[in-house]
Write a protein that binds this ligand. Structure first.
Ligand SMILES: Nc1ncnc2c1ncn2[C@@H]1O[C@H](COP(=O)(O)OP(=O)(O)O)[C@@H](O)[C@H]1O
Ligand SMILES: [Mg+2]
Length: 261
């Protein structure tokens, strides 16, 4: 178990949970790499205590334009978007060039890239770069990667999930969030990922937790844990400080007990 992805609806708490997982894993003695693979959100580096994000992996591979051209050419030549791989060599953490990786408080961060592209007929380079990077990323037994995935379900079925050991789908108390979890769970049953679990987040009462649990149980979707609504998280996000949340951190610790017995 060393590549864990966090996904779910935008705003459900993916980045906050990625940060808490990273913290909890470090406390347990793991060496932690956080992979920011959410192209549309920019707050993760701040939650982790970095002033700015590292240079994007997309640049390491030649930049957005060159990659788009390469992807188009290779698809025209008959390669499938689903399996196209942009990285030739395996990538242990020690081989990532220094400008593409940062470390603070014992947690490392890489950033896939922040680009939006919706050209018709062209594959999204972000998804392909994320997949290539995660596939080639070689981790030592004591290393864990926590991947903050893009909101929604776009990555699933595009192969990003195939090099991940465990997917945590964050569900906040909203029907949209539940529906996205349901969709991810359906997709993942078709494509064979090792483990998919829901994490309930922003839980303010037992009653709300019970309602979400009912909904998910009826659909056979497993729940790995539940994280309280924690005003400390809200506060640190508002102020742009490194994220703190002692109550939520304890909840996350129980999830880690389960994942790393
Ligand atoms: N357990 C929690 N308790 C209180 N606020 C939370 C919690 N989890 C997330 N939040 C708040 O929800 C907002 C969205 O969280 P974020 O992690 O950025 O979501 P995402 O990465 O899924 O878009 C943030 O303002 C954060 O303060
Ligand atoms: Mg986020």
């Amino acid at each position: 178990m060393n590549k864990i992805a966090v996904c779910g609806k935008g705003g459900s708490g993916k980045s906050a949970i990625a940060r808490l997982l990273a913290d909890g894993l470090r406390t347990r003695g793991h060496r932690v790499l956080v992979v920011d693979a959410d192209e549309s959100n920019t707050g993760l580096h701040r939650m982790l205590g970095f002033e700015s994000p590292p240079s994007p992996i997309i640049e390491l591979l030649g930049g957005k334009q060159k990659l788009e051209e390469e992807i188009e050419a290779r698809i025209r030549a008959g390669e499938s978007e689903m399996t196209l791989d942009l990285m030739r060599e395996e990538m242990p953490i020690s081989k990532i060039p220094p400008e593409y990786i940062m470390e603070t408080d014992g947690i490392k961060l890489v950033n896939i890239g922040k680009i939006m592209m919706a050209l018709e007929g062209c594959a999204c380079p972000m998804g392909i770069v994320s997949r290539s990077f995660l596939k080639k990323l070689r981790l030592e037994p004591d290393e864990v990667a926590v991947v903050d995935l893009e909101a929604g379900v776009e990555h699933f079925g595009r192969g990003v999930e195939t090099s991940i050991d465990c997917v945590l789908v964050v569900v906040e108390p909203s029907i949209d969030s539940l529906e996205i979890a349901e969709k991810i769970s359906q997709l993942s049953s078709q494509i064979d990922i090792a483990d998919v679990w829901v994490v309930l987040n922003k839980i303010a009462s037992e009653e709300i937790a019970a309602r979400l649990t009912d909904y998910l149980n009826q659909r056979d979707i497993g729940i790995i844990g539940s994280i309280h609504q924690d005003p400390e998280i809200f506060e640190s996000c508002l102020e742009g400080r490194p994220l703190k949340g002692r109550v939520a951190a304890e909840d996350v610790s129980k999830i880690l007990d389960f994942l790393f017995p």
